[in-house]
Design a protein around this ligand. Structure first.
Ligand code: ADP
Length: 492
């Protein structure tokens, strides 16, 4: 029921011209309307209050006078006696006594309008606040109450007429009403103008925001909106908007750098391939040595390119949140063992040992976990000179409810200033040292992928490294909790 009437109200609002107005106009109209209602309400209440108190005061006094007369008549012997005693009614009340023929036999004020006049000016429909037992008589300048009471004296019926002035200044009251009306209208207009001016001023930052938003282009993302000094909602909106732009700008710059770095990385192998194909087209058919060398080089470059493209695609999928992970409860020891054994098969010039491999159930995607371990192992091999030693160890740390997996090598190490940057995309530490290690050098994407995978599994990565001494990557992998183990069971 409520939602129906709400929907009907909403439809009415959409049909009205109100919803197409500017917010400042809407606020102004709304507040001016509220003010008008309040002003009208108070002036009506005030006007009614004035009239009500005048009428009430008058009928109260007439009633008191009538009571007094009744009591006086009871204690005196006759009407004549009572009237002659004097001060029969309190001041302000006029008493007139008539006999059956309508002749005035007594009156306290002869200047008061005659009974004929009173009858002539009697109000047919008195206001609702008037006493129903009395007549209201409205003359031009003043209004009076008229009440009657019959008395019997010595067999004769007399009628007592009580009068009391309600208002002496009808003109004044009319003027007062007009004045209140004019003040209401002026107040309304002032509220309308002031409201419009103020709401326009207050909403100025929103207009600025719109202007700035209009001017922002992909090429001009450095524009920012001016944050108003007040700590209000608009200042908050402006600074949130600016922060959003900061993030967008940073993201956009990263994207641009990524594209240019990727193109740059692809250019080298393509140039090499083109160079060798030229060489082959010229000498390949006659010189077998050149033919073999060319084919090997082209193949190696193509493999590098394939590796780079695979990594780029992985990161692109990760950025677009399209990289799907199939998490399950798995035994970390099995994954570590598998990764190390595979690496041992291809590592001929280094010793690779698995010092310790404790069992531990983790909730992870086995494929990406293997990929991450391969990255650390390949790096350790790449950045450790021939004959070097690589040690992998996996221990359970019950206090942290985690597994501690370490990859330690005695290779070239990473300089202090590079350690925080190696996880950035395309970042490679000093290439001259890399050459010393006899490595071909990588793409600078491996650790970015590893850190993305780690992030997806709540894994913390720490680096301990000293130049010339070696590097140790320490991974803290959370153990699966009992609830997860129950839900998924051990699949691995
Ligand atoms: P890359 O393909 O160049 O290996 P990574 O993102 O895997 O890219 O690594 C980034 C950089 O971190 C490497 O260029 C290298 O300088 C440094 N690095 C990574 N692992 C090691 C390590 N085990 N020993 C020394 N330096 C390392």
């Amino acid at each position: 029921m409520l939602s129906k009437s709400k929907a009907a109200l909403h439809r009415l609002y959409l049909r009205s011209p109100l919803w197409r107005m500017k917010i400042s106009t809407k606020i102004t109209c709304l507040y001016a309307a509220i003010l008008l209602i309040v002003l009208m309400f108070t002036s009506i209440i005030m006007g009614l209050g004035i009239y009500f108190s005048f009428y009430h005061e008058a009928d109260r006094e007439i009633n008191i006078a009538m009571e007094g007369v009744k009591r006086g008549l009871g204690s005196s012997g006759s009407l004549q006696e009572f009237l002659e005693a004097g001060s029969v009614v309190p001041p302000g009340i006029v008493l007139r006594v008539t006999d059956l023929t309508g002749r005035v036999v007594y009156e306290t004020d002869s200047r008061y309008p005659s009974l004929d006049m009173v009858e002539k000016y009697r109000v047919k429909n008195p206001p609702f606040w008037a006493d129903k037992s009395m007549d209201v008589v409205a003359f031009d300048r003043f209004t009076i109450y008229h009440a009657t009471m019959d008395v019997v004296d010595h067999g004769q019926v007399y009628q007592m007429h009580f009068f009391r002035t309600i208002t002496t200044e009808n003109y004044f009251l009319e003027h007062l009403q007009q004045l209140i009306f004019i003040i209401t209208i002026i107040g309304f207009i002032v509220a309308l103008l002031a409201g419009y001016f103020l709401s326009s001023r207050i909403l100025q930052p929103i207009r600025d925001l719109t202007q700035t938003a209009r001017k922002i282009e992909v090429e001009r993302m450095d524009r920012r909106i001016e944050v108003p000094p007040a700590h209000d909602e608009l200042a908050e909106l402006a600074s949130t908007f600016n922060h959003m732009l900061d993030r967008l700008e940073r993201g956009f710059q990263q994207q641009q750098r990524f594209v240019s770095d990727a193109s740059h990385e692809l250019r080298t192998p393509v140039t090499v391939i083109l160079g060798y194909s030229d060489l082959l087209s010229r000498w390949g058919s006659s010189d077998k040595k050149i033919l073999e060398e060319g084919i090997t080089a082209i193949r190696s470059e193509a493999e590098d390119m394939q590796d780079l493209i695979e990594k780029l695609l992985f990161l692109a999928r990760a950025d677009q949140k399209r990289q799907i992970l199939h998490k399950d409860v798995i035994n970390l020891a099995e994954v570590v063992d598998d990764a190390v054994r595979k690496m041992q098969l291809v590592t001929k010039k280094h010793t690779l040992t698995l010092a310790e491999n404790e069992a531990g159930l983790i909730f992870a995607d086995p494929a990406t976990m293997r990929q991450m371990m391969r990255i650390f192992l390949e790096n350790a091999v790449k950045y450790t000179p021939e004959g070097g030693h690589i040690e992998v160890a996996s221990r359970c740390v019950p206090a942290e409810k985690a597994m501690r997996l370490t990859f330690a090598d005695n290779g070239i190490g990473i300089a202090e200033e590079d350690q925080s940057k190696i996880f950035e995309r395309f970042y490679r530490a000093d290439t001259s040292r890399t050459k010393q290690a006899g490595s071909v050098g990588g793409t600078g994407l491996g650790l970015s992928i590893a850190s993305w995978i780690a992030e997806q599994h709540d894994i913390a990565i720490d680096v301990e490294s000293q130049l010339g001494q070696g590097t140790k990557f320490i991974l803290t992998i959370p153990l699966a909790d009992e609830q997860t183990i129950k839900e998924h069971g051990q699949q691995a």
